[in-house]
Ligand binder design. Structure first.
Ligand SMILES: NC(=O)c1ccc[n+]([C@@H]2O[C@H](COP(=O)([O-])OP(=O)(O)OC[C@H]3O[C@@H](n4cnc5c(N)ncnc54)[C@H](O)[C@@H]3O)[C@@H](O)[C@H]2O)c1
Ligand SMILES: [Fe+2]
Length: 384
């Protein structure tokens, strides 16, 4: 997208990030310095049982900080999870919120930040119906600590929460929902299983690639996205198959870069992926991973110059969209992601509903080229 001389634009990169091995041990001192003694720690039921989580809770306890842990959240978080969390926040008279986890836990934490002092129904704040205008009250002090390298939700300003019944994804957004402080500690990702590393890493790659080619004008984000793509191309395979400190740290950095970059917009791949989570409870990253080669194949005709830059960044011999698509399929093979939707539970009878949901999704209006319902159907059929 070129600069339109008749328009003006706003850019914003304001998050405080502490990045490094063991930065999480700074959390107790940080809370004390901000006179916060009663944090609500929001996580998920699996992380709650992991050693690093118990160590963080011990560190806080040792410093006299009274912790309440809330971990009753769904794999793809729903509104009732958030409502429960808001009740616990008030019942325990908490003074701050610390999200520790992957995108699911961090999104619930962010939605509790919103719900704590905002009394309307949660989905009145849905950004797609202009709900951000109601985000007018104060919000609790909010700290995020990522434990996956994927969504980059720790640096985001939106939370994706589904309706309990329909599982439709709603998006809560406000600059007020940015974390005040991020502790991005690669050591927390060392024990991520290979399949989660692969799926979350492909989510980060999808953010960077879709942001780079998205319609909006934002050269700052484009620069960040290209560097995010480079880091992932050089580190994801290692982080999945033979992880070391460097590959884990680079993936954590690249995932934050993806989330910063996608203020510019996402596209067709996220719209293909979201309905899989709604309908079949597919993990968000896995849904993106399987769909990204097909989405990028759809996108490159007409956008050759964008793909030439991606191919250059990937150091491919042929600087074409086709070469980028082949590279995506090869990367998926190397990290054990299937090439076909049928391998992750999609059946022919799902296609019509998936196409309806994808067409109604919020991500594709920023895709470089328009995507019709028929395009979505064809893309699903091709990937099936
Ligand atoms: N807010 C945003 O901007 C944004 C962007 C993209 C996706 N999302 C949302 O994020 C969610 C997906 O997040 P995710 O991909 O990080 O996955 P996740 O949070 O669902 O975590 C995946 C799995 O890994 C486990 N896990 C997390 N950290 C671990 C660790 N260090 N060691 C071992 N296991 C660990 C979790 O318990 C879970 O079972 C979806 O709900 C999606 O809608 C949000
Ligand atoms: Fe994503």
């Amino acid at each position: 997208m070129k600069f339109d001389t008749s328009k003006s634009y706003s850019f914003s990169f304001p998050t405080n990030i502490r990045f490094g091995i063991n930065v999480v041990s700074e959390l107790p001192a940080y809370l004390k310095a901000n006179k916060l003694k009663y944090p609500l720690i929001v996580t998920d039921p699996i992380i709650k049982e992991l050693d690093f989580f118990k160590r963080i809770i011990r560190l806080l306890g040792n410093e006299g900080i009274n912790v309440t842990v809330f971990s009753e959240i769904s794999k793809n978080p729903v509104k009732s999870d958030v409502i429960k969390g808001v009740s616990v926040f008030h019942d325990e008279e908490c003074d701050s919120i610390v999200g520790i986890g992957g995108g699911a836990a961090l999104d619930v934490a962010r939605a509790i930040v919103l719900g704590a002092y905002h009394e309307r129904d949660l989905f009145d704040y849905d950004d797609l119906i202009g709900g951000d205008k109601y985000v007018t009250e104060i919000v609790p002090h909010f700290v995020t600590i990522p434990t996956t390298s994927g969504t980059g939700s720790e640096v985001g300003r939106s939370a994706i929460i589904s309706e309990d019944e329909s599982k439709k994804k709603r998006i809560l957004f406000s600059p007020k929902l940015l974390a005040t402080q991020v502790f991005a500690d690669p050591a927390l990702t060392y024990d991520l299983p290979a399949n989660v590393t692969a799926a979350t890493g492909m989510d980060a790659l999808t953010h960077n690639m879709e942001a780079f080619i998205a319609k909006n004008f934002n050269p700052l984000c484009e620069g960040i996205a290209l560097e995010g793509i480079r880091l992932i191309s050089e580190n994801l395979e290692q982080a999945v198959n033979n992880p070391n400190e460097t590959s884990r740290a680079n993936m954590l950095m690249a995932s934050m870069m993806g989330a910063i970059a996608f203020q510019k917009g996402l596209g067709v791949v996220h719209s293909l992926a979201h309905p899989l989570s709604s309908l079949l409870d597919t993990h968000h990253g896995l849904a993106n991973a399987v769909n990204i080669p097909y989405g990028m194949k759809f996108n490159y005709p007409g956008f050759e110059a964008h793909f030439e830059r991606i191919a250059k960044t990937l150091n491919l011999k042929e600087e074409t969209g086709e070469a980028v698509v082949s590279w995506l399929f090869e990367l998926n093979s190397k990290i054990n992601i299937p090439h076909k939707l049928s391998a992750i539970g999609v059946k022919p009878e799902h296609i019509e509903t998936l196409a309806d949901l994808a067409f109604a999704d919020f991500a594709h209006p920023n895709n470089p080229k328009p995507v019709s319902r028929e395009d979505f159907k064809q893309l699903y059929l091709e990937a099936l």
